[in-house]
Design a protein around this ligand. Structure first.
Ligand SMILES: Cc1ncc(COP(=O)(O)O)c(C=O)c1O
Length: 438
């Protein structure tokens, strides 16, 4: 049996509409190669994971060296150096409290204590548990169209019925507030109006749809699976004021938007807000499974002996890869690269919108870009069929592209941040052709 046949026989792919019909053999930088040696430009980074590119030599070297020394002991039962080093480094990535790091009396507010897991969902679950224990409250508020993972608790706070269908009943004590999605907001497309109306809706939901016992509000600073939704610039400031006035924590889910993806180290930096807990995963270790929830000491202390553990969480190999990842992001200025390349790419993709009426909106921050496809621009009718056809044609043309969105009609362009301008230009050309074929 060849690889695809073995998948059909022995890998449960029934939860997917289809697996892309290629077998990926190796990857380097922004490209992968299939078994026949054909090269594909990766515009999706394994769902926004390999931000430093495939098999970055420094990440490979750090992981390989660590594999030769120590693969596993459990990072909570015993100390190990890579876990300690990465935990220290991760604290430097976190947004600083308003007074600035290290200023007198502010140290306790620094987000510097991390708990490591393996996946985004595991870290979100841990953050939810910690928020409950710290506040002594039990409920959560999340956003419509949000996505936080595939486990029971994370699906419970995900505002996406397509992901949730047939999986219920979900956890009680979860309420959903209006999504700040200017393209489709009932409050209109003006960002300021949308921000104010959606923040007001959050307050209304907390007051009327919960019992007032809310531990945390959880949100993605830029929403990934929902269709690369970028909330208006004022939104999170207005939200944080409401949350602070009610003693509710803000958990920022940076699983997809973090680690230089949006032209900032963390997407919440675009909003000038400091969350109480920040969850990271995906891009933090360039493809090695690692996640974290990071908070200030006062909140971290709400865990008492026996409350939490993870067998593989904070694995030394993954932490060594994560430390190297951070080094590469800084050395190669990937934050700046993401911002600059993203701006140019958005402009070029918006240029395509002048020619192709199927493009309803091009939006994004840095190299986290979405193109919303519609069959009727005036009515904004989602065209999921076209999104799928464009994805297929792009594959034929040698490009891996993501599709997502609440209505399945958003092309997701989230390439490795090291991608070259020439590859991006070729991708725009291919996209032009794929859209032109209807
Ligand atoms: C914003 C966000 N949170 C959480 C998750 C879950 O992460 P994982 O698949 O690693 O469990 C995802 C995955 O796509 C995500 O995009």
């Amino acid at each position: 049996m060849n690889t695809r046949e073995k998948y059909q026989q022995h890998v449960n792919t029934n939860a997917l509409k289809k697996v892309q019909p290629i077998v990926i053999e190796r990857g380097q930088g922004a490209s992968v190669w299939d078994e026949s040696g054909r090269e594909y430009v990766d515009l999706f980074s394994g769902i926004s994971v390999v931000n430093t590119g495939h098999c970055h030599p420094e990440v490979v070297q750090a992981a390989t060296a660590q594999i030769g020394r120590l693969v596993h002991t459990n990072s909570y039962l015993y100390h190990n150096r890579p876990t300690a080093d990465f935990a220290e480094a991760l604290a430097t990535v976190m947004p600083s409290p308003p007074e600035g790091p290290g200023a007198a009396g502010t140290e306790d507010k620094a987000l510097r204590v991390s708990f490591f897991g393996n996946s985004g969902a595991e870290a979100i679950e841990g953050a939810m548990r910690l928020a409950k224990q710290y506040t002594g409250r039990t409920e959560f508020v999340a956003l419509e169209m949000s996505f936080h993972g595939r486990t029971l608790a994370t699906l419970s706070v995900s505002g996406n019925w397509r992901r949730k269908k047939k999986g219920g009943p979900y956890l009680p004590g979860v309420a959903f507030a209006a999504v700040p999605y200017t393209y489709r907001s009932p409050y209109g497309s003006d960002p300021e109006t949308c921000a104010r109306a959606c923040a007001a809706d959050l307050e209304r939901v907390i007051d009327l749809h919960t019992s007032g016992n809310v531990a945390a509000f959880i949100a993605e600073p830029v929403m990934g699976e929902g269709g690369i939704i970028v909330p208006p610039s004022k939104y999170f400031q207005l939200v944080k004021e409401i949350l602070d006035s009610k003693g509710i924590l803000f958990i920022a889910d940076e699983v997809q938007s973090g680690f230089a993806r949006t032209g900032k180290m963390l997407a919440i930096e675009h909003y000038g807000v400091v969350p109480d807990i920040v969850v990271t995963a995906k891009g933090i270790a360039s493809g090695f499974p690692l996640s974290a929830f990071t908070t200030r000491e006062e909140i971290a202390k709400a865990f008492t002996p026996g409350d939490h553990l993870s067998t593989f969480g904070g694995n030394p190999v993954c932490c060594a890869a994560a430390l190297a990842t951070l080094g590469v992001i800084r050395k190669e200025r990937l934050v700046e690269q993401s911002e600059a390349k993203g701006k140019k790419l958005i402009e070029k993709l918006r240029g395509l919108a002048e020619k192709h009426s199927a493009i309803g909106e091009v939006r994004g921050l840095g190299l986290m870009i979405g193109m919303e496809l519609v069959s009727d621009r005036a009515k904004k009718t989602p065209d999921a069929g076209l999104a799928e056809r464009v994805q297929d044609r792009m594959l034929e043309a040698g490009f891996l592209l993501g599709v997502g969105g609440t209505y399945g009609n958003v092309l997701r362009v989230q390439p490795p941040l090291v991608i070259g301008e020439e590859a991006l230009d070729r991708a725009v050309g291919a996209m032009d052709g794929a859209l032109g074929a209807g």
